[in-house]
Design a protein around this ligand. Structure first.
Ligand SMILES: *[C@@H]1O[C@H](CO)[C@@H](O)[C@H](O)[C@H]1NC(C)=O
Ligand SMILES: *[C@@H]1O[C@H](CO)[C@@H](O)[C@H](O)[C@H]1NC(C)=O
Ligand SMILES: *[C@@H]1O[C@H](CO)[C@@H](O)[C@H](O)[C@H]1NC(C)=O
Ligand SMILES: *[C@@H]1O[C@H](CO)[C@@H](O)[C@H](O)[C@H]1NC(C)=O
Ligand SMILES: *[C@@H]1O[C@H](CO)[C@@H](O)[C@H](O)[C@H]1NC(C)=O
Ligand SMILES: *[C@@H]1O[C@H](CO)[C@@H](O)[C@H](O)[C@H]1NC(C)=O
Ligand SMILES: *[C@@H]1O[C@H](CO)[C@@H](O)[C@H](O)[C@H]1NC(C)=O
Ligand SMILES: *[C@@H]1O[C@H](CO)[C@@H](O)[C@H](O)[C@H]1NC(C)=O
Ligand SMILES: *[C@@H]1O[C@H](CO)[C@@H](O)[C@H](O)[C@H]1NC(C)=O
Ligand SMILES: *[C@@H]1O[C@H](CO)[C@@H](O)[C@H](O)[C@H]1NC(C)=O
Ligand SMILES: *[C@@H]1O[C@H](CO)[C@@H](O)[C@H](O)[C@H]1NC(C)=O
Length: 858
C-alpha cells in the first residue's frame, strides 16, 4: 500500500512534472554568437516561441563571462519591445578588451511573472589560441578612437609568464586577464599619424613581439562639395574636410554616383574624386561618403552638367599689331551644341573684351582685342565660360608680356621759319613744334625729314626742333615730316615766297608793356586779306635773327596775350606779326604786318649817363650829358632822367626830366663860392639807374668885381701915366690902336641862359619845329681868340609821338601795287640802318604779299 501510494505520488509527480514541463519549455537556446573584433562587439542571437508567448513584456537577464575562470564581466537586464523577426532576439555587447584576448561566454534567462525561467547554456566566443613561439598583442593594427582608453592584451606563448609590456616604449602596469593573458590600459589616447603607435610585449623566455595601432576619430561630414568639368568628359568633385591632414590615412572616401539605372561607386582621395561623364546624362546625383572603422558620414550634391562646365583655356597666343592684338587660344572639349563666352582683358583691368564664340570641338578660338596704344607693353588674361551656365568663368590664363608695334608718328608739326638773304641765296631756318593728335599716344620719333624743292634733309633726334637750309630766290615750298621705323607723319608745309626787289621802309616798331603776372598783351590791326590767321614770332631785341618761339592765332583774332613765363624780365623782345594769305596756314604765305617791341617786365636802367664837364657861374650851372636812350640791351624803355644837385650832402635840386632828348639842365640860384655835386640818372618805369656824378665850385662874385673894376682902372692909370710921359713922342705910333673901335661880346654863359629862357617863354623853339638848326655862339676869350660852339638840334620821330599813319603794313599790302609808294615812311631822323625792300609774290592768285628781304621783316 505504501509502495502503491509512493508509486501514485510518483506518478502524480511525474504527471505534474509533465504538465509543468510544457509550461517550462522556455529555457532559451542561444543560436549564435558573433564577434566583430574591430569594434570589439559581441552579437548574441536567440529565439522565443511567439505562439505561446502571451506576455507582451519580453525581458531577459544576460550574463557575460570571460576566460577559463568564467569571471563575470557584465550582467544586465534587457527589455525587448519586440523580436527582430520570427521570434529572434539580439543583444550586443561591447567589450573593453579585444575579443581575441580570451574566450567570452554569454548566457540568457527570461524574466517573467507567469512562468519560471532557466539560464540558457553558455555560448562561447573563443579567443585566440595561445601561440607557440612569440607573444601576440591585441588590438593588432587596428584603428582606435582618440580620447578613448586603450586596452591592450598580450597572449604569452604556452600561457606562460609576461616580463614586459610597453606602450610608446614605456613599460606599463600589467593586469591578468586570463591565464597567460595580460593587459595594460592606456587612458586618453592621442591621435596618431599614418605610422601609428607601438606596443611591445616580452615573455619570461625573452620572446618579444610588437604591434602598431592607429588612433583617429570617426569621419566628419564632407563639406562644400563642388564639381566641375573642363571639357564635359571628366568630372572632378572636390570637398572640404575638417580633419587634420595627418589623419587622412584613417579615412576612406567614396563618391557614389546615382545614374539613371545604376549606381557607381568611385573611390576618391581625402578631398577629391573624379569620374567619367555619361554621354546622355545631364543631371547627376553624387554622394560623398567618408568611412573608417570608427564610423561613417556622407553628403550629397545634385547638379546639371552644364552648370559645372569651366572651359579651360590653353596654348594662348597673342599677335600684337599697333592698336590691336589678335588673341588665339585652344579650348578642349565638345562644345558644338553650346556657345562659349570668352573674356580678354589687360592685366591692369583697364581694357576688357567679352565675346560670344560659337562652340567647337577641341579647337582654337580667336578674339581681337582693340583699343591698345602703339608701343605699349601689355599682358593679357583670357578666360571663358559656357554661355548661360551658372558656373561662370573658368580659370584664367595669362599671356607673356608683349609690346604693341609702333606706328608712324601720329603728330602734326607746327612749322615756322626765318629767312636770311645773302647774295643770290637765302638761308632759311625751319623750326617746328610737335602737336600731338592723340592725347595718350607715345610719339616714337627718330628723325625729321625736311623736303624742299628736289632736296631732302634728314634731321636726327627726337628733340631736334629746327634746321637750316639754303634755297634759291624763287618760291619754295618746304615739307617737314616726323619719321620713325614704321613710317612718317603727314607732312606739314610752309611756303617761302619768291624774291622781288621793291624799295620800302619798315614802320617803326610799336611798343608794348607787359606785366610779370598778366603777361604781354599784343594787339594789331586786322587785315582783311588775311585768310589763314596770324603768326606772332619773337626774338630777343639783342639777337634779332634768333626767333625764340612763335604762336599762331586764327583769322579774326587780332590780339593775344603771351604768358610772362616765356620771357626773361628786363629783356627786350621784338614781336613780329605776320598775316597769312592763301589756302590754309600751311600753304599760305606769311607777310609781315606789324612789329611790336616790349618787355614782360621792365627793370631799372643798368647804364649811367656820361656827364660832360659842368659850366658853372656864380649863380647857375649848365649840366649836359650823353646817353643812348634806345639801346636794345636796356632792361626797360628809358623814359627820362633824374638830376640831383647836392651841397654838402644837402639835396638842393631834384628834377625829373621826362623828355628823353633834352640831355641838358640848367641849375639856377646857386650860391657863389660853393661846392656842388651834380648827379644824373636814367629812368625807366621800373625806377632809376646808376648815377653819374661830378662836382664843381661856383666862383665868388666880389673878386670878380674887383678884377673887373681894377683892370680898367689900372689900364686907365697906366695909360694916363704913359700919356703924361710920352704924349708927344709916340703919338703917331699909338694913334691907330686907339682908333680901332672896341667890340664887346656877350659872354657865352649869359647868352646861352638868356636864349634858353626866351625860348622857354615864347615856346617858340620846339624840337619838331626845328628839324636841324644850328646856333652859332661866339665867345671872345681874354686871350682874344674866337671860339665857336655849335649846338645842333636834330628833329627826330619820337617814340611817344602819335604815329600817323599807323605802323601796320597790312593796309598797304591789301592795296594795289600802285599803293606801294604809300608805304614809304620817311623818318625825319638819319637814314635807316638797313634798306628795307619789299618783295612781291609772283603768284597772280596769291596775295600781293610784301616781304622785305631784310632780316627784320622775315
Ligand atoms: C553590460 O553590457 C551592456 C551592453 O553593452 C551595458 O549597457 C551595460 O552597462 C553593461 N553593464 C555593466 C555592469 O558593465
Ligand atoms: C514588464 O516591463 C516593465 C518595464 O517595461 C518592468 O518594469 C516589469 O517588471 C516587467 N514585468 C515582468 C513580469 O518582467
Ligand atoms: C582563476 O582561478 C584560480 C583559482 O581559483 C585563481 O588562482 C586565478 O588567479 C584565477 N585567474 C584569473 C585570471 O582570475
Ligand atoms: C596625449 O598627449 C598629451 C600631451 O600631448 C600627453 O600628456 C598624454 O600623455 C598623451 N596621451 C597618451 C596616451 O599618449
Ligand atoms: C537625385 O537626388 C534627388 C534628391 O536627392 C532626387 O530627387 C533625384 O531624383 C535624384 N536624381 C537622380 C538622377 O538620381
Ligand atoms: C588704368 O586706368 C587707370 C584709371 O582709369 C589709370 O590711372 C591708369 O593709369 C591706367 N593704367 C594704364 C596702364 O593705362
Ligand atoms: C644759316 O643760318 C643759320 C642761323 O643763322 C646758321 O647757323 C647757318 O650756318 C646758316 N647756314 C648757311 C648755309 O649760311
Ligand atoms: C627747341 O628745342 C630747344 C632745346 O630742346 C628748346 O630749348 C626750345 O624751346 C625749342 N623751341 C621750341 C620753339 O619749342
Ligand atoms: C581781342 O580780340 C577779341 C576779338 O577777337 C575782342 O573781343 C577783344 O576785345 C580784344 N581784346 C583786346 C584787349 O583788344
Ligand atoms: C635823386 O633824387 C630822387 C628824388 O629825391 C631820389 O629818388 C634819388 O634816389 C636821388 N638820386 C640819388 C643818386 O641820390
Ligand atoms: C639843351 O638841349 C636841347 C635839346 O638837345 C637844346 O635844344 C638846347 O639848346 C640845350 N640847351 C643848352 C643850354 O645847351
Amino acid at each position: 500500500m505504501y509502495l502503491g501510494l509512493f508509486l501514485f505520488f510518483l506518478a502524480l509527480a511525474a504527471g505534474y512534472k509533465n504538465t509543468l514541463s510544457l509550461k517550462q519549455d522556455s529555457t532559451p537556446i542561444i543560436d549564435d554568437i558573433v564577434a566583430n573584433n574591430a569594434r570589439q562587439e559581441l552579437s548574441v542571437k536567440w529565439r522565443i516561441n511567439l505562439d505561446d508567448d502571451v506576455e507582451s513584456n519580453i525581458t531577459f537577464r544576460i550574463q557575460t563571462v570571460r576566460g577559463k575562470n568564467l569571471s563575470k564581466v557584465n550582467e544586465t537586464t534587457v527589455h525587448f519591445d519586440q523580436p527582430i523577426g520570427d521570434g529572434l532576439l539580439q543583444w550586443k555587447w561591447i567589450s573593453e578588451w579585444p575579443l581575441q584576448c580570451t574566450d567570452h561566454s554569454v548566457r540568457v534567462k527570461r524574466l517573467s511573472n507567469s512562468f519560471a525561467a532557466n539560464w540558457s547554456e553558455w555560448k562561447t566566443n573563443s579567443g585566440v589560441q595561445a601561440p607557440d613561439d612569440k607573444p601576440k598583442i591585441f588590438p593588432f593594427e587596428e584603428l582606435l578612437q582618440e580620447g578613448s582608453s586603450g586596452h591592450f592584451c598580450c597572449i604569452v606563448p604556452r600561457r606562460g609568464e609576461i616580463k614586459d609590456f610597453t606602450f610608446k616604449h614605456i613599460s606599463r602596469q600589467v593586469s591578468s586577464i586570463d591565464k597567460g593573458v595580460y593587459g595594460i590600459i592606456v587612458n586618453n589616447l592621442n591621435h596618431t599619424n599614418e605610422y601609428g603607435i607601438l606596443a611591445t610585449c616580452e615573455d619570461s623566455n625573452a620572446q618579444k613581439t610588437f604591434t602598431l595601432n592607429f588612433v583617429s576619430f570617426p569621419p566628419q561630414k564632407p563639406r562644400n562639395i563642388k564639381c566641375e568639368t573642363h571639357e564635359m568628359e571628366h568630372v572632378n568633385c572636390y570637398w572640404d574636410s575638417d580633419t587634420p591632414h595627418s589623419l587622412n590615412y584613417s579615412f576612406m572616401y567614396h563618391c557614389i554616383l546615382t545614374l539613371q539605372n545604376s549606381i557607381k561607386e568611385i573611390q576618391g582621395t581625402c578631398n577629391h574624386c573624379s569620374f567619367q561623364a555619361e554621354p546622355d546624362q545631364t543631371v547627376y546625383n553624387i554622394t560623398v561618403r567618408a568611412t573608417n572603422s570608427l564610423g561613417e558620414e556622407s553628403e550629397s550634391l545634385s547638379f546639371h552638367i552644364t552648370d559645372i562646365v569651366s572651359p579651360e583655356v590653353q596654348h594662348l597666343k597673342v599677335m600684337p599689331a599697333t592698336r590691336h592684338a589678335n588673341v588665339s587660344f585652344f579650348v578642349k572639349g565638345n562644345f558644338s551644341r553650346f556657345n562659349l563666352s570668352c573674356q580678354v582683358r589687360t592685366s591692369d583691368g583697364n581694357l576688357t573684351v567679352k565675346e560670344s564664340l560659337k562652340g567647337l570641338t577641341s579647337s582654337r578660338y580667336q578674339v581681337t582685342m582693340g583699343g591698345l596704344q602703339p608701343l605699349e607693353q601689355y599682358t593679357f588674361e583670357v578666360r571663358c565660360s559656357l554661355a548661360g551656365s551658372a558656373r561662370g568663368f573658368g580659370r584664367c590664363i595669362s599671356s607673356q608680356r608683349f609690346t604693341t608695334h609702333t606706328e608712324p608718328p601720329s603728330v602734326s608739326l607746327d612749322l615756322w621759319r626765318t629767312v636770311h638773304q645773302y647774295s643770290g641765296t637765302r638761308n632759311v631756318t625751319v623750326m617746328w613744334k610737335i602737336i600731338y593728335n592723340n592725347n595718350n599716344s607715345k610719339a616714337d620719333i627718330s628723325e625729321y625729314e625736311v623736303q624742299f624743292g628736289n632736296s631732302k634733309q634728314i634731321v636726327t633726334g627726337r628733340d631736334t626742333n629746327h634746321t637750316s637750309i639754303n634755297i634759291s630766290l624763287s618760291t619754295c615750298s618746304i615739307a617737314v615730316r616726323a619719321v620713325n621705323e614704321a613710317g612718317s607723319s603727314l607732312p606739314s608745309y610752309i611756303v617761302i615766297p619768291s624774291f622781288r626787289n621793291m624799295s620800302v621802309t619798315s614802320p617803326k616798331a610799336k611798343r608794348v608793356s607787359g606785366h610779370p603776372v598778366q603777361g604781354i598783351p599784343l594787339s594789331w590791326e586786322a587785315c582783311d586779306w588775311v585768310t589763314c590767321g596770324y603768326t606772332v614770332d619773337w626774338s630777343k631785341a639783342t639777337e634779332p635773327k634768333q626767333v625764340v618761339n612763335w604762336v599762331k592765332v586764327c583769322v579774326g583774332s587780332t590780339n593775344l596775350t603771351l604768358s610772362a613765363e616765356w620771357f626773361e624780365p628786363g629783356c627786350r623782345y621784338t614781336f613780329r606779326v605776320f598775316g597769312c594769305h592763301g589756302n590754309g596756314s600751311y600753304h599760305g604765305k606769311h607777310v609781315l604786318v606789324e612789329e611790336i617791341t616790349g618787355y614782360a617786365e621792365e627793370l631799372e636802367p643798368r647804364r649811367k649817363p656820361t656827364l660832360n664837364p659842368v659850366s658853372i657861374s656864380s649863380s647857375s650851372a649848365l649840366l649836359s650829358w650823353e646817353f643812348n636812350e634806345d639801346d636794345p640791351a636796356d632792361p626797360g624803355f628809358i623814359t627820362g632822367y633824374q638830376v640831383n644837385v647836392t651841397e654838402s650832402l644837402q639835396l638842393v635840386v631834384s628834377e625829373q626830366l621826362n623828355d628823353l632828348h633834352i640831355k641838358n639842365f640848367t641849375v639856377d640860384n646857386l650860391r657863389d663860392g660853393t661846392k656842388y655835386t651834380f648827379q644824373v640818372q636814367a629812368r625807366t618805369t621800373a625806377g632809376l639807374g646808376p648815377p653819374d656824378e661830378t662836382t664843381a665850385i661856383s666862383p665868388s662874385n666880389h673878386t670878380r668885381f674887383l678884377v673887373r673894376l681894377l683892370i680898367p682902372l689900372l689900364l686907365l692909370l697906366s695909360v694916363g701915366i704913359l700919356i703924361a710921359f710920352y704924349s708927344k713922342r709916340i703919338k703917331t705910333c699909338v694913334a691907330p690902336f686907339f682908333l680901332t673901335p672896341f667890340k664887346l661880346t656877350a659872354r657865352k654863359l649869359e647868352i646861352n641862359s638868356s636864349l634858353y629862357e626866351v625860348s622857354e617863354k615864347i615856346k617858340a623853339l620846339k624840337v619838331e619845329d626845328c628839324p636841324c638848326s644850328t646856333i652859332h655862339v661866339l665867345e671872345e676869350s681874354s686871350m682874344g681868340k674866337h671860339q665857336m660852339m655849335e649846338i645842333k638840334i636834330t628833329g627826330s620821330q619820337l617814340p611817344y609821338c602819335p604815329q600817323s599813319p599807323s605802323n601796320s603794313l597790312c593796309g598797304h599790302v591789301n592795296s594795289d601795287i600802285s599803293g606801294i609808294t604809300n608805304m614809304t615812311y620817311i623818318s625825319t631822323s638819319e637814314p635807316l640802318p638797313n634798306p628795307y625792300i619789299v618783295m612781291l609774290a609772283d603768284s597772280a592768285a596769291g596775295p600781293p604779299g610784301y616781304v622785305t628781304t631784310t632780316d627784320k621783316l622775315y
